[in-house]
Write a protein that binds this ligand. Sequence first.
Ligand SMILES: Cc1cc2nc3c(=O)[nH]c(=O)nc-3n(C[C@H](O)[C@H](O)[C@H](O)COP(=O)(O)O)c2cc1C
Length: 149
Amino acid sequence: MKTLVAYYSRTNITKKLAQDIAGKTNADIEEIIPKVNYQGKLGFARGGKDAISEKIIDLEDTKRDVEDYDVVYVGGPLWAGKTSTPVISYLKQNEGKFKSVKFFMTAGSTDFENAFAQMEKFSIKPLKTMGLTTKEVKKDDYSLDSFIE
Ligand SMILES: Cc1cc2nc3c(=O)[nH]c(=O)nc-3n(C[C@H](O)[C@H](O)[C@H](O)COP(=O)(O)O)c2cc1C
């Protein structure tokens, strides 16, 4: 089975999780890179605003074609209670191309439900979802067993 892990990460929390998932599933990995700058204070403010308005932005060219994969894990951070703009843009860009998906997300809190529903709206129903707090990822306080099975 061919597996891809595609992720966006602004401060490397979701990146750590993405690398762990990719290592354990023997997957290829794709970093989603926005053409919009979300770094720094200004970037933070822009991120919140873009997430709330479900803005679709341009991304750097991707290296992998999701159509080549049986399952694509898609992940990123929660922004203003929503899915982060780069992740929504990646799903939109690949609309109709996914065979199956699993979603993962990190956040300070655990309010993932609406954001996962939003991801589904922009793609297809996921096989599984997994939301972890920033703290859990930092401390390695989680298990991937049921998510990756
Ligand atoms: C623009 C912005 C908005 C955020 N909004 C929320 C939020 O609504 N709820 C929450 O729990 N965390 C929120 N966060 C925190 C991130 O979701 C959290 O730090 C995440 O683990 C960062 O992952 P990353 O390092 O992969 O980008 C926000 C962060 C940013 C940059």
